[in-house]
Design a protein around this ligand. Structure first.
Ligand SMILES: Cc1cc2nc3c(=O)[nH]c(=O)nc-3n(C[C@H](O)[C@H](O)[C@H](O)COP(=O)(O)O)c2cc1C
Length: 377
């Protein structure tokens, strides 16, 4: 291996005591390929097996904490019935020598009644998202919100029982936790909304509940992370200042990491494009000395990973799409073959890349999202 990449391959120990072999993490990516009842399919096992080796940790596709929080083909951690299936997923990842972190989410208003068997999606307030075809959700009642917080705790207990090394609370990418924090989707005027402070109440209640469950039930060190999207483009929408305020509160909770969901690790503000300071830089300056930050977004080469780490003093970097395109990324970097890292998906490579069929279709449904070559080799 080129010695300049040594820094990528140094072990890292989280506050909880979990040690990972290196600084490279697989970003959570939904496969759309779980069974209808949320159980893990063989296709998904094969997909993770193909990619897990050599990484520090794999963060799984998001798993719903309640059945009314799913989308088509999402994993489930919503009932005890799922523990055995989740345990096999943890083992698939761990048998490659890699730590397994289960991402927990609820879809909220991004769900659709067709996937929810006729149920109306739920959210903080009855405001549809701005995407085409979005349904108007039903506002959750106060007791339902308490119940949902509890569901995140129960799903965490299942992750512990299934043998995972940690959970990541999915507070990003427009799903329910973010919907409570967002002034676009949260127009409530009770304990859960109305002011910036109150919009923080749901995300923080989830963090507190999950933390309590980990402290109570984990018999070995267990990672607790939180994923956040720093801004929304909606008006009103989450501003970067809102996010910094929430991050300070999460920071007080002493988590193992905070994962900043960005399209590019160098990204500046979407809402204030004239301010070119990368968001990651500001976040690391504010809380990075207390809580390790995972950077993500368009890391393709080991030089990108190194740049992200060095520019912002980041301890950890996650790769998403690049591991879809090149499952041998780690191996190639470790053996000095980084020049042969694939940059796009060739249809001929479909078998080698071990894509679940539904995921193969899904990643091509948004042109330009995942790089596909036009034809074969
Ligand atoms: C196919 C696909 C599925 C994704 N599913 C999830 C998910 O389940 N949870 C999540 O937090 N992010 C999800 N993401 C976002 C990625 O984790 C990552 O943040 C994003 O792709 C940017 O990183 P990248 O440029 O390395 O791909 C998904 C991305 C892709 C491409």
């Amino acid at each position: 291996m080129n010695t300049k990449y040594n820094a990528l391959f140094e072990p890292f120990t989280f506050k909880s005591g979990v040690t990972i072999d290196n600084r490279l993490i697989m970003a959570p990516m939904t496969t759309n390929s779980a069974f209808e009842n949320g159980m893990v399919t063989t296709d998904e096992h094969n997909y993770y097996k193909r990619r897990a080796k050599g990484l520090g940790a794999v963060i799984t596709a998001c798993a719903q904490v309640r059945e009314d929080g799913k989308f088509a083909g999402s994993l489930s951690a919503a009932s005890d019935m799922h523990i055995e299936s989740l345990a096999k997923l943890a083992q698939t990842i761990q048998s490659a020598g890699t730590k397994a972190i289960l991402q927990l989410f609820h879809v909220g208003r991004m769900g659709s009644s067709s996937t929810l068997r006729g149920l109306q999606p739920v959210s903080a307030s009855p405001i549809p998202s701005l995407r085409d075809g979005a349904e108007t959700p039903r506002a959750l009642r106060d007791e339902e919100i308490h119940d949902l917080v509890d569901s995140f705790g129960k799903a965490t207990k299942r992750a512990i029982e299934a043998g995972f090394d940690g959970v990541e609370i999915h507070g990003a990418n427009t799903y329910l936790i973010q919907q409570f924090f967002s002034p676009h989707s949260n127009r409530r005027d009770d304990h859960w909304g109305g002011t910036l402070e109150k919009r923080m109440n749901f995300p923080l209640a989830v963090v507190d509940e999950v933390k309590t469950v980990v402290e109570k039930h984990a018999k070995k060190p267990f990672v607790l992370g939180y994923r956040i999207s720093p801004e929304e483009i909606e008006e009103p929408g989450i501003t970067f200042d809102d996010t910094l305020a929430l991050l300070e509160r999460i920071n007080e909770r002493d988590l193992d990491y905070i994962h900043i969901s960005l399209g590019h690790y160098m990204q500046g503000s979407m809402r204030n494009p004239e301010n070119k300071t990368p968001l990651l830089q500001t976040i690391v300056e504010k809380i990075g000395s207390d809580t390790p930050i995972i950077g993500v977004g368009s890391v393709h080469t080991p030089d990108n990973a190194l740049e992200a780490m060095e520019a912002f003093n980041l301890p950890l970097v996650a790769l998403g799409r690049q591991l879809l395109v090149e499952p041998d990324w780690i191996e190639k970097v470790k053996t000095g073959k980084e020049d042969t890292i694939r940059k796009e998906i060739h249809p001929d490579d479909r078998e080698d890349l071990v894509f679940p069929d539904a995921m193969w279709e899904y990643v091509q449904s948004r042109p330009g999202w995942v790089p596909f070559a036009k034809s074969g080799h």
